[in-house]
Every structure is written in structure tokens, then in C-alpha cells.
Design a protein around this ligand. Structure first.
Ligand code: MN
Length: 505
């Protein structure tokens, strides 16, 4: 990475202000896996196979698979996954065959390598990101189902993408942007769906620094200066809170956490760029031993400061879709400072940062097996889509048809996938209405809507579309666009198209 291009440090764990004081890993985490002869054998094979190949940076190609190995080791993945990570590019780029891998390393490793290879083959056929994005998601979904029987394929792919994103500076600008955009659109949301918070933040911020460098710099500086200004006040609040928790004999760790650049960017977009509405630019994170202490701590905070009631969020009782758990509250201190607190147990913290990888770490075995046998305690119960993928994959293996329309795949947060009667997939924001869909197809369609059929039944323009709906727009040449339709639209695109069609007064 060149030095003038300030990409986010790969060492910054999530949005942590003081990474060292947060999250010392449980003791077993420092236990290094014993050097395995299988891993050594895989490294030797990859070195031979890739010899004479180079990366854009001019370095020998082997740098890349070794970096992927290191990432997977940091995520504490199982040995087969690490081996597949080392070998993930050999079938595609060298003369080593899948059969050889199977003979040398077994079926499981071969399956994983094959999965990753197929994943990149599909990508190769998609050239121009601007035209293929909606299509990608379709192919991607289909592929994910095909690969769904082993989620580790995805984890290797994410490790691969992380290293490629970290080394983006070596690529020509057009390619940088393309990969960065894809990282932002597909891989960072995927990391989010797996609740791999550290990875999501690193991928999103790296990619965003290429997609929109000026905005990235601006927001990064904004976050830094705001935190600098707030640091003295935060320190006081921290010691006030610490004193109270100590008095109440609650075991705790408290630390600052900084918002990531990309999440600030997204939040500002949601709030019309109004910084006054961003309350969690700086937040304090409190880690306590158990759930009861979480609620106790919340109560104590509220006895000390005035809570902004509408901003209390109980993600312990109701976890986020990806399994994230924490209590969030925003309070006003005696000095009229607004501060957000996040309260969670150590286990919740581990899971928030490492997500699915944390499950592997605790179990050292395949998630699927443990999941089915009910062995995983802090089970990502809300990772329903993985189960769905697995069920669909099992069906495919048996030669049965998988009905994509029925499969409630919600891989991309806040998005739904609906279908045209022909089966084309259209992705829309959650809460979209039939007119959003119609204008997305074409403004000529949007402008002449007389009705809508949803899943074959007549419906109305106020009906919120749901994941998997088949939407048929009925049009008439005689219909004219109406101003009242503006109330039946939620997407900016459709709104803009409709406005252009309305008669000017
Ligand atoms: Mn690779």
C-alpha cells in the first residue's frame, strides 16, 4: 500500500478507540494451534504451484495465499479451512487439479477449494459493475445456495477479499474502483450478515476510501477532530461511571469506541447530512460478566444521567437479525453532553466482532454439525438464512428443484428481492411499494400504472412489497402520471422519475 494513500489501518479492531483495553481474548485464544504437517504440506504445494507467478505489486504470488492463511488463522478457523485458504487459487491458476487436492488433503478440503473456485468463476463473467450489479446479486444468490452446504467457503472468500482489499493500491484506478464498489455492495454486507463486525468495518472503510476518497478523508478528519474535542469530557464521564460501578461491585471494563467512516457516511445520508442528529459519533462501551449485570449497569447509568428514552435499545432481548446483542442507551450528562453507551457481556462482544468466526473458535468444528446437534451455546439463532441455504443446498444435491421465489433469502440487509412475472429479480429497499417497483422497471411503465397484481392476486398501490413477491404491473396507455402518487413511493429514483413526468405548473 502506498504511503500517501491513507487507508484505514488493518490493525484497528472494529471501531475501538483503545483496542488494547477492550477485549483481551479469553485465555485459550493465545494458545497457538500446533504446527500441522498438513498445513506445511499445503504451503509447500502452493509455493511450488504458484512459483513464477507474480502479483500486481511485483511480489511473488505466494504472498497472497499465505496472507489468506494468516487471516484465517487469526479468525481461528479449523485446519481444513486454513488448508483450503492456502490452496484457494491453485486449481484456477495453476496445473494442480482438484483430484490431487482430494487425494492429498481429503474430500472436505477439495470441496472448499472447489467452492471458492466456482465463486470466482462466476465473478469473472461479470465485467462491468454498473450493468451487472443487480444481476450479480441474482447469480450470487444462486451460487450461495449451491455452496450453502458449507458456509466455510464464504469465510475463505471473505479472507481472500480482505487481503485483496488491503492491497488495492497496486491496481490501476479503474479496477480499484470496481473492486472497491463490489466490496462495498457485496462483501461488507456479507460480513455484516455473519456479524463479523471487525471485518465489516475494515472492508467497508477500505473500499469507501477508494470509492469516494474525498468524502472518506473529510469524514475521517471529522471523526478524529470530534473525538479529540470530546476526549476530555469522555474521560470525566468514564471515571464517573467507573466510580459508580465499582461502588456497586460490578465487574466491568469500559472503553471508548469510534464510529467507522462508512457507517457515519451512511447515517448522515439517512439524516439529511445533519450532524446534529448523530448521537453515537463517540460512544463508551462497557463489558460486564453476565446479562444481569448488563441490565444493572443500564439502570445505574440512568440513575446517573438522563436517558433519551427513545434511544434505549434492548438488543439482548431482541437481537439484531445477524445475532448481534447489546444494550444501547443515549444519555445526557450533567454537563449537557450527549453520549451513547453500549453494554454487553464478553461473549456478546466476541460475537459482535468476530461473528460466525467466533462460533468456529469456540467449537473448533463445523458450524453446521454443531448447530444441528445443538452444541453451540451463543448460537447465532438469527442466522436463519444460513439454515435456509443449507436446506436448499441439500435439496439441490438430491436433484430436487429449489424455488428461489419461496426461499426467503435476505442476504443483503434492508433489501428485499421481488420478481417480475418472467422471473427477473429486482432488489428494492425494504418497505417499497408497487410504484417503486414499476418505476424501477421503466418510467414508461411507472407512468401508466392502473393496477398491480401481487403473487397473482389483485392488490393496491399502498401494499408494501415483501421478500419473494411476484409483482405484475398493469398499465394502460390512457393512464396519466398523478401527483398523488408521490405519497405511494419511497425510493428517490421513482420519485425523481415521477416528478419529471408530472405537468409543470
Ligand atoms: Mn485469491
Amino acid at each position: 500500500m502506498s504511503t500517501n494513500k491513507k487507508a484505514p489501518s488493518s490493525e484497528l479492531p472494529s471501531d475501538s478507540l483503545e483496542p488494547k483495553s477492550v477485549a483481551p481474548k479469553p485465555e485459550t485464544a493465545s494458545k497457538k494451534p500446533s504446527p500441522s504437517s498438513r498445513i506445511q504440506k499445503a504451503v509447500a504445494l502452493a509455493k511450488t504451484a504458484h512459483s513464477g507467478q507474480f502479483r500486481r505489486t511485483g511480489e511473488p504470488y505466494i504472498i497472497h495465499p499465505l496472507a489468506v492463511k494468516k487471516i484465517l488463522e487469526e479468525w481461528e478457523m479449523d485446519e481444513d479451512t486454513i488448508i483450503a485458504g492456502i490452496l484457494h487459487d491453485v486449481v484456477e491458476d495453476t496445473s494442480v487439479t482438484l483430484e490431487e487436492i482430494k487425494t492429498e488433503f481429503g474430500e472436505s478440503v477439495a470441496f472448499l477449494v472447489d467452492g471458492v473456485t466456482k465463486l470466482s468463476e462466476v465473478r469473472k463473467n461479470m465485467h462491468d459493475i454498473d450493468t451487472y450489479l443487480p444481476e450479480t446479486k441474482d447469480n450470487f444468490l444462486r451460487l450461495m445456495i449451491a455452496l450453502g452446504s458449507d458456509i466455510r467457503v464464504l469465510i475463505i472468500k471473505l479472507a481472500d477479499r480482505l487481503h485483496n482489499a488491503r492491497t488495492l493500491s497496486a491496481l490501476p484506478p479503474a479496477k480499484q474502483k470496481k473492486i472497491a464498489l463490489e466490496t462495498l455492495e457485496i462483501f461488507a454486507p456479507l460480513a455484516d450478515r455473519l456479524n463479523m463486525g471487525l471485518l465489516r468495518v475494515e472492508l467497508a472503510d477500505l473500499a469507501f476510501s477508494y470509492v469516494n476518497p474525498r468524502r472518506y478523508e473529510y469524514l475521517k478528519n471529522l471523526i478524529e477532530s470530534t473525538n479529540k474535542q470530546a476526549s476530555k469530557a469522555l474521560k470525566e464521564i468514564k471515571s464517573e461511571v467507573s466510580a459508580l460501578l465499582k461502588k456497586e461491585k460490578i465487574d466491568f471494563e469500559i472503553s471508548g469506541r469510534i464510529k467507522s467512516v462508512y457507517s457515519l457516511h451512511k447515517k448522515l445520508a439517512k439524516h439529511n447530512q445533519n450532524m446534529g442528529e448523530i448521537y453515537d459519533l463517540t460512544a463508551l462501551r462497557i463489558i460486564v460478566p453476565d446479562i444481569v449485570s448488563c441490565y444493572l449497569t443500564l439502570g445505574l447509568l440512568h440513575s446517573l444521567y438522563t436517558p433519551m428514552n427513545e434511544r434505549i435499545k434492548d438488543y439482548i432481548a431482541v437481537p439484531k437479525q445477524n445475532g448481534y446483542q447489546s444494550l444501547h442507551t443515549t444519555v445526557i450528562t450533567k454537563n449537557k453532553k450527549i453520549v451513547e453507551f453500549q453494554i454487553r457481556t464478553r461473549e456478546m462482544h466476541e460475537y459482535a466482532e468476530r461473528g460466525l468466526a467466533a462460533s468456529f473458535y469456540y467449537n473448533e468444528q463445523k458450524l453446521t454439525e454443531n448447530y444441528k446437534q445443538g452444541k453451540i451455546q451463543h448460537l447465532p439463532t438469527n442466522l436463519l438464512w444460513i439454515t435456509e441455504l443449507q436446506e436448499a443446498a441439500a435439496k439441490l444435491k438430491e436433484g430436487k428443484k429449489v424455488d428461489l421465489k419461496k426461499l426467503r433469502l435476505n442476504l443483503f440487509a434492508d433489501k428485499i428481492f421481488v420478481y417480475t412475472p418472467k422471473g427477473d429479480i429486482i432488489d428494492l429497499p425494504k418497505g417499497s411499494l408497487p410504484l417503486d417497483f414499476a418505476f424501477r422497471l421503466h418510467s414508461e411503465i411507472g407512468g401508466h400504472v392502473v393496477g398491480v397484481k401481487i403473487n397473482g392476486k389483485m392488490s393496491n398501490l399502498n401494499h408494501h412489497l415483501e421478500q419473494g413477491d411476484v409483482v405484475e404491473i398493469l398499465t394502460s396507455k390512457n393512464q396519466k402520471p398523478r401527483a398523488s402518487w408521490l405519497d405511494k413511493i419511497i425510493t428517490p429514483h421513482a420519485r425523481q422519475k415521477l416528478r419529471q413526468m408530472l405537468p409543470k405548473d
